[in-house]
Design a protein around this ligand. Structure first.
Ligand SMILES: [Zn+2]
Length: 693
């Protein structure tokens, strides 16, 4: 479900993202257990609205009953299946955290369990956060204010990056696109305070209004930190101008979908001539990279030229203001109420959320993000027995087999490309539930102190764990998502699909549910989708080993692109909010994955029914009908307009409604299952339907 990780070096700082996604607050939240939540079903007829014709609007047919009844809770930007699953997962995780927090000092000093409890407890201590205000980050703010030379500036940038601040650019080790067995050093664009470069360049009243709010937000945080009123306005302008200059040199999300656009391997010498004002050896040394970096990838060379020239020419007062703002922005969710409220108010511009999440949820997410594998073991013990893992694996293997059968039958693909596609498919690794080896937290520094310092040190722990990797063999056992996460991903540079246990519970999957439901939800919507990412407009550029290599016959590439253009045109035609359209180019890979997932999951269901036998009608539906309903119900959801608008700008996934109606309107099996005819809304003319998989 997640976008692929082609362009993102691993070890990317999560702090800045978290401050947008889950702005924190200081409302005290009594440590009472949350409400009991009813169990979810993989297919729930109560969600349906059978007064809507299945062939007219299947998304409403499958989810309309629920949509009519549901109200988005004030603290959220959206509501639906992901939220419902996460709520249930969070109750499990909370019971684990409450337990270690209570045991506290009775746990061995230095043990992972003790650190887990301390991390969560210091986060939950709202009284301490109020008392401390911005005191914990004062030393870092003062250091930024004291910068008087360009060398000090570069040192400060490296130091802040280590503790998770997205300043100027991003560094991280990533799998080498040309030698997938080893890591290389990746340098990529970054340093913005708004969610994407388009927010700085887009024209029109709506865009102006976001920029005005952003300037006010910068002013507010600087003011709260004690900066004199006389200077905050000018400083906010300086911060914005610096970011705008970086944004204008940044690539768009659409441009970066082409892996070649971010593939610029170079030597240390070439880097030095690209960005001569950075003393790179000293930067890497400060960033904790102990071995000499001799080769690396600069994802966006034009951006680094700009960054370099700004480092050399932008006035130091401008840099000092920029760094102070980013220090405040990262820390605000964890400081006292005025900071937290401002951070939340600004983030709601993009989410539409009306109120803060309760503190325990914010702290739980911070703990999961920083100490996930300490939590993961306890989560798995409570939710994901070996039998569930075995059955989930079976569904995923059926998907692999079904996809292979489709590839063997494709009439448009040459035998040469076909043989390589089948090789890639057979070598695709799958990770199901949880890692086989768990992370070691012995070097993580967690203490009784203001929580924001534990958070910053946890970012540094993660940075140091991975920063020195360039040149080393790739760790194929590592997971990029936490165990209780309701999500999954395909990583083309490792050729692997990964399904955390948090996603392998109802409503996605239930070892006790019927095949129709499980193969629609886990099979089509999740496994088929992730697997297809290996062959979408991005993933197909990587070979079986994960190297960026063109293994397609040129004529096959031409046919693929022609057919994919039909998907782009189809989704460009979907209007979401007012005049905001789905961006067919941005969402191309996800839409191909959705469509491939639907087709493949259906075939896998047929295999399962042959093996396990056909049940009679369940809830009045055939296995095939249940397949499509369960698929559609994995997209049960709605969201606020603010969030939808952010999504069509930055999210490579289409909105839920189109993730259902888009692929199903292209599927002949769907039309057959529900008796839809040519001319029905849910049946697209054959000449418009892409023939990819
Ligand atoms: Zn996806």
């Amino acid at each position: 479900m997640e976008p692929m990780k082609v362009f993102r070096p691993t070890g990317l700082a999560l702090f800045a993202i978290a401050s947008i996604a889950l702005a924190a607050g200081a409302q005290a939240d009594a440590a009472v257990a949350g409400p009991r939540l009813a169990p979810l079903k993989v297919l729930d007829p109560a969600y349906m609205d059978t007064t809507v014709k299945a062939c007219k609007d299947f998304s409403r047919f499958a989810n309309g009953g629920w949509l009519a009844r549901d109200t988005i809770p004030a603290a959220y930007s959206s509501s639906g299946v992901a939220r419902d699953m996460a709520d249930r997962n969070e109750l499990v995780v909370r019971s684990v955290l409450d337990d270690v927090m209570k045991k506290g000092a009775t746990l061995p000093a230095g043990s992972t369990q003790r650190k887990l409890g301390t991390f969560y407890a210091t986060c939950m201590d709202s009284a301490a956060a109020e008392r401390e205000g911005s005191t914990p980050i004062k030393p870092e703010l003062s250091a930024a204010s004291a910068i008087t030379t360009r060398a000090q500036l570069l040192d400060a940038i490296a130091r802040l990056q280590i503790t998770g601040h997205d300043v100027l650019f991003q560094y991280g080790p990533a799998v080498d696109s040309h030698d997938a067995a080893h890591y290389t050093a990746w340098l990529s664009q970054g340093g913005l305070g708004l969610p994407d470069r388009d927010y700085y360049t887009r024209e029109g009243a709506a865009a102006d209004s976001v920029r005005t709010k952003y300037l006010a937000h910068i002013e507010k945080l600087l003011t709260l930190s004690g900066e004199p009123a006389a200077s905050v306005k000018a400083d906010a302008q300086l911060v914005y101008a610096l970011e705008e200059s970086l944004a204008k040199a940044s690539l768009t999300l659409v441009a970066m979908r082409d892996p070649a656009a971010t593939d610029h391997p170079m030597s240390a010498r070439q880097l030095a001539s690209l960005a001569p004002h950075v003393t790179w050896a000293s930067y890497f040394h400060n960033a904790g990279v102990t071995r000499p970096v001799t080769k690396l990838n600069v994802a966006q060379p034009e951006f680094f030229k700009r960054a370099d020239s700004l480092l050399a020419t932008a006035p130091l007062p401008q840099w000092r203001a920029y760094l102070r703002y980013h220090i405040l922005s990262s820390a605000s969710p964890w400081l006292s109420t005025p900071f937290v409220n401002e951070s939340f108010a600004f983030s709601s511009t993009f989410s539409g959320a009306k109120e803060l999440l309760p503190r325990w949820k914010r702290c739980l997410r911070a703990t999961d993000s920083q100490m996930s594998e300490a939590l993961g073991q306890a989560y798995v013990a409570q939710t994901f027995p070996p039998a569930a893992r075995d059955r989930a694996r079976q569904v995923i293997e059926d998907i692999r087999t079904a996809f292979g059968e489709r590839v063997k039958k494709l009439t448009w693909m040459s035998d040469t490309t076909r043989a390589r596609a089948l090789e890639k498919l057979s070598k695709m690794r799958k990770k199901v539930g949880y890692p086989d080896t768990w992370r070691d937290y012995s070097k993580l520094d967690v203490r009784e102190r203001p929580f924001v310092l534990n958070e910053l040190d946890a970012n540094a722990f993660e940075w140091k764990r991975t920063a020195g990797r360039p040149g080393m063999p790739v760790d194929t056992t590592e997971w990029d998502m936490t165990v209780p996460t309701v999500n999954a991903y395909y990583d083309p540079s490792k050729n692997e699909m990964v399904f955390p246990a948090g996603a392998l519970v109802p409503q996605t999957f239930d070892p006790k549910a019927d095949d129709g439901a499980n193969y629609g939800a886990l099979g089509g919507s999740w496994a088929g989708h992730e697997l297809t990412h290996g062959f979408d407009d991005e993933g197909r550029h990587f070979d079986a080993a994960g190297n960026l290599r063109d293994w397609w016959q040129p004529s096959d590439s031409v046919t693929f692109s022609k057919q994919a253009a039909r998907i782009v045109a189809q989704y460009n035609g979907y209007i979401q909010v007012d005049t905001f359209h789905v961006n067919g180019e941005l969402t191309e890979g996800e839409n191909i994955a959705d469509y491939g997932g639907v087709l493949t999951g259906y075939d896998a269901l047929q295999r399962a029914l042959e093996r396990n036998g056909r049940p009679g009608l369940i809830d009045g539906f055939t296995p095939e009908q249940r397949y499509f309903i369960a698929y559609a119900q994995t997209f049960r959801g709605h969201e606020r307009d603010e969030s939808l608008i952010t999504r069509v700008t930055t999210d490579p996934h289409s909105p839920d409604r189109w993730r259902v109606n888009g692929p199903l309107a292209n599927s002949e099996a769907f039309a057959k299952a529900f008796g839809c005819k040519a001319g029905d809304e849910m049946v697209r003319a054959r000449e418009l339907v892409p023939e990819i998989w």
